[in-house]
Design a protein around this ligand. Structure first.
Ligand code: SF4
Length: 245
């Protein structure tokens, strides 16, 4: 088998692996694109606008290391999410990552383990990352809010505003080549744009000069598996960005 066919077979296996839960299958035409163009962009109920926190200035001063940012966070009690958490979920991955995924907030599994995206949604995210020919060891993963909201409710504007400076500091330190914003909270917070994620997704934007691709949150994809094909289109755009010189 030629190298090209080997690559195609590998890419297909990875893609199907994270689509296996819903039976969604795509139309193969060659190495790219892998999927048929969508005929519509459904509007899930979860994609309602959220109030935007007040804009905050970009942190100034010397860029800190991730360890220094974590130390500054300390045993944080800057917002009410501190009361229900087991531990702060700061972020994990490669401190030199060129690709960073930003999600919403820890869930129960993440709260227990102290690592982002380790529950069911995290397992799907891992498959998505591997389908993109990366691994969790080569990317960095973090959330807008670093403590679990009670009963997995959405983080509130004051909580996002309190925690966001630490996300900004992480991104300033990482200086990734591309950011993938997972879901409405990450996309709307980083972009200061209350446009629904159904319209934000798939469109290149910029965060502090870094290309940012908004896409659906893996937890939403678990609830709406038919949307995985749209998320895959978004991730393919990210892959192309890394392939281009
Ligand atoms: S969510 Fe962020 S700001 Fe709020 S207590 Fe946790 S670490 Fe502090």
């Amino acid at each position: 088998m030629s190298d090209e066919l080997n690559d195609l077979a590998l890419e297909l296996r990875r893609h199907l692996a994270w689509q296996e839960s819903d039976g969604t299958r795509t139309i193969l035409r060659g190495p790219k694109p892998l999927v048929a163009a969508p005929t519509k962009a459904p509007a899930p109920a979860a994609a309602q606008n959220v109030p935007m926190p007040e804009p905050r200035p970009v942190p100034t001063g010397p860029v800190k290391t991730l360890d220094e940012i974590r130390q500054e966070l300390g045993d944080c009690k800057r917002c009410k999410l501190c009361h229900g958490r087991t531990q702060i979920v700061f972020g994990s991955g490669n401190p030199k990552a060129e690709l960073v995924f930003v999600g919403e907030a820890p869930g129960a599994d993440e709260d227990q383990q102290g690592v982002p995206f380790v529950g069911a949604a995290g397992q799907l995210l891992t498959k998505m990352i591997e389908a993109m020919k990366f691994s969790r060891d080569t990317v960095y993963i973090c959330n807008v809010a670093k403590c679990r909201p009670p009963n997995n409710r959405n983080p509130e504007p004051d909580e996002i505003a309190a925690c966001e400076p630490f996300l900004k500091a992480q991104l300033a330190t990482l200086q990734p080549k591309v950011i993938v914003a997972l879901g409405k909270f990450a996309a709307q917070t980083l972009l200061r744009d209350s446009t629904p994620i159904t319209r934000l997704r798939g469109q290149w934007r910029s965060y502090e000069g870094v290309p940012l691709m908004p896409t659906f949150h893996p937890a939403y994809l678990l609830r709406s598996p038919s949307e995985k094909k749209l998320a895959w289109l978004d991730l393919q755009q990210v892959m192309k960005r890394f392939e281009s010189p």
